[in-house]
Design a protein around this ligand. Structure first.
Ligand SMILES: [Mg+2]
Length: 251
């Protein structure tokens, strides 16, 4: 049963070493701007030596720019788990994924729904997943059409991606690659707002759901079932209030 974020205990807060957060719908409502409350939360976490990383459907160059701007030193996981680096200064980790299944899925959708599938410009910068809009087509119909390829709805855009890739699995892989001392999953808090974050909620003990009013009811139910905590506020302010609670619980 999901609990209010104020139930995060002092012990959990003290053990925390890494916060991995989604971006859109979690830190902000899209775009590049972060509110002063979020910037302040990042600053407070640094003072408490809690590392922050980003785990998002955005492209790798976008996450690198955001992490450099905030000077946050944690792992960066882009394209919903398909592309990753240990921090914004290091190179890409070879995760061994392919874009070919997504390319084939997009072709299938375009021929099944002529004129109704729109690619987004940033596909040119994407390495593994493909983003598109499918006006007026139910996600279940899209899923049937593409077969083995994942169709993920971030509430901002649809992602087509090779089966078996997700944010949670990639974060687990990165934690195993970390330098000594290794990070334990119990030392990590994951934060997100949509179905693209479900794997994080399922694989990590400590998770926070940031409420998103654009979520379909079914998705919200699934997320609430898997996440441990929920914030009061939505994107940005919700993240900031959770961080403030953690900092206060530690001191
Ligand atoms: Mg999101």
């Amino acid at each position: 049963m999901i609990q209010p974020y104020t139930r995060i205990t002092r012990e959990t807060a003290l053990n925390l070493k890494l916060i991995m957060t989604d971006v859109d719908g979690t830190l902000n409502n899209g775009g590049d701007q972060l509110s002063p409350a979020v910037a302040n939360a990042m600053h407070n976490l640094k003072e408490h030596r809690i590392t922050v990383g980003l785990v998002s459907g955005r492209t790798d160059p976008m996450l690198v720019a955001m992490a450099a701007d905030l000077d946050i030193g944690g792992p960066l996981i882009a394209e919903n788990g398909a592309v990753a680096r240990m921090n914004y200064k290091s190179g890409l980790v070879d995760l061994g994924y392919s874009r070919q299944p997504a390319v084939e899925a997009l072709d299938k959708l375009k021929s099944r729904y002529p004129g109704r599938i729109t690619e987004r410009e940033d596909n040119a910068e994407r390495m593994i997943d493909i983003v598109c809009r499918a006006e007026g087509i139910a996600i279940e119909d899209l899923k049937k059409c593409v077969g083995e390829v994942q169709v993920l709805d971030s509430t901002y855009i649809l992602h087509l991606m090779q089966k078996g890739i997700d944010k949670g699995k990639t974060l687990k892989r990165l934690l195993r690659l970390m330098d000594v001392p290794k990070m334990r999953p119990e030392e990590v808090l994951v934060v997100g707002d949509s179905m693209t974050d479900l794997s994080l909620f399922k694989l990590f003990t400590y998770s926070v759901l940031i409420p998103n009013t654009d979520l379909p009811e079914m998705d919200e139910k699934k997320l609430r079932k898997s996440a441990r905590y929920i914030s009061d506020h939505g994107a940005g302010d919700g993240f900031a209030e959770v961080v403030l609670h953690i900092i206060n619980a530690r001191t």
